[in-house]
Design a protein around this ligand. Sequence first.
Ligand SMILES: Cc1cc2nc3c(=O)[nH]c(=O)nc-3n(C[C@H](O)[C@H](O)[C@H](O)COP(=O)(O)OP(=O)(O)OC[C@H]3O[C@@H](n4cnc5c(N)ncnc54)[C@H](O)[C@@H]3O)c2cc1C
Length: 443
Amino acid sequence: MTRPGVRVTRPGGEWRNWARTERVRPQRVEFPATAEAVQRAVRAAADRGLRVKAVGAGHSFTGIAAAPGVLLDLTDLSGLVAIDRERARVTLRAGTRLHRIPALLAPYGLAMPNLGDIDRQSISGAISTGTHGTGARFGGLATQVVGVTLVTGDGELLRVDEQENAELLPAAALGLGALGVLVEVTLQCVPAFLLHATERPEPLDSVLADLPARVEASDHFEFYWLPHTDVALTKTDERLPESARRHPLAAPGRWVEETLLSNVVFGALCGMGRAVPAVVPAISRLGARTIGDREYTDRSARVLTQRRGVRFREMEYALPADRVCPAFEAVRALIDEHGWRISFPVEVRFAAADSLWMSTAHDRRTGYIAVHRYWREDPAEYFAAVETVMLAHGGRPHWGKMHTLDAAALRERYPRFDDFVAVRDRLDPTRIFGNAYLERVLG
Ligand SMILES: Cc1cc2nc3c(=O)[nH]c(=O)nc-3n(C[C@H](O)[C@H](O)[C@H](O)COP(=O)(O)OP(=O)(O)OC[C@H]3O[C@@H](n4cnc5c(N)ncnc54)[C@H](O)[C@@H]3O)c2cc1C
């Protein structure tokens, strides 16, 4: 069954992810618009002996969302359910895309406390894989979750929040899609705020030398290193009250920089770099001279998120924050030694420790190192070498990004792994929400 206007499946019913690393032709695609319809779909799948899986925007690089049985496209299960003004909480339908949320919250003077690089994902997909942004005092998106309602393996509705089934919240807020189908998500918001952003090209070595101090001194710090250069493009965002004066990037400037330079021209350069790898270092050096160096102040979501028009593949590992510099230096040395021509930047971000069982930042202050490759280039050799470095530094892979770990390796890296599996046994004993990726990472 297909339907026009629905974004996650293509005519003919084939689903593929954004990065084009996964594709599947589900036996059935359904478009539930209510929690009851999700319940019916789960029960019907069980009766037919099929597995069932909700997909969000298909922005995971792994097969975590692959649904060969029944694919639940939650595009129609979207929007605001309720606002608790006193406690600054919002309940959203599970398929709501992140980019819709600022407008839903604006009338109430609220915002999400932090976001990742883009806003195309669904709220459920984003929290389920541990999507994060940057900021040493801020957790990933799942740490904003104070309640969820999900349909469990027997088709029943289960509310999990501080009043009901509270012991399940550290599992259900970041559940890898393994515990059930989320139908509602309640987020703890904050008063709407602005961010003052400073973007600068800086000498990489001086950024690394001062890294812990810079991370601590700012609300949101990150940097991109363009391989084959000595330049780090830093981005430092400071939080300001909503009443502060906005100095947004002028709309044409925003378009020229983000859409044209960062995306269209970059895409052409990546294509050129693929055809003639020897030109990549020169292109990167040119890029390092021309990108960055700007300041602006705007609403939080506009500053935190950008557009990504050039398709790529990504691996990202979470490290103890104090391992970021040595691991980064090892990646830099790898690129030099192997002579790879890498046209995409290495991205470094930070997050606070949290207590969610499957969070990459579980119980430790965390730094993230992400490596990327243009989607038409084979990432295997580069990613495998980087993964070895990350594992040696105590890394945990992002659940939605490429990695090769299995349950045995992950169990050692997550102290609450077995507790999570026990919750899975309780909520999905028949593994109706399973797929090949979950079999690999959870056993
Ligand atoms: C261009 C790009 C930029 C990115 N930037 C960042 C970033 O800055 N930071 C970061 O951490 N990650 C980032 N990611 C990764 C991305 O945020 C995650 O992979 C996220 O899970 C994608 O959300 P989605 O809605 O596309 O979910 P999908 O990939 O469709 O699904 C992810 C998981 O969520 C489950 N799921 C979806 N809906 C439900 C539901 N209703 N109930 C239960 N389970 C559900 C799926 O079954 C699957 O297990 C980026 C990815 C891309 C392609």
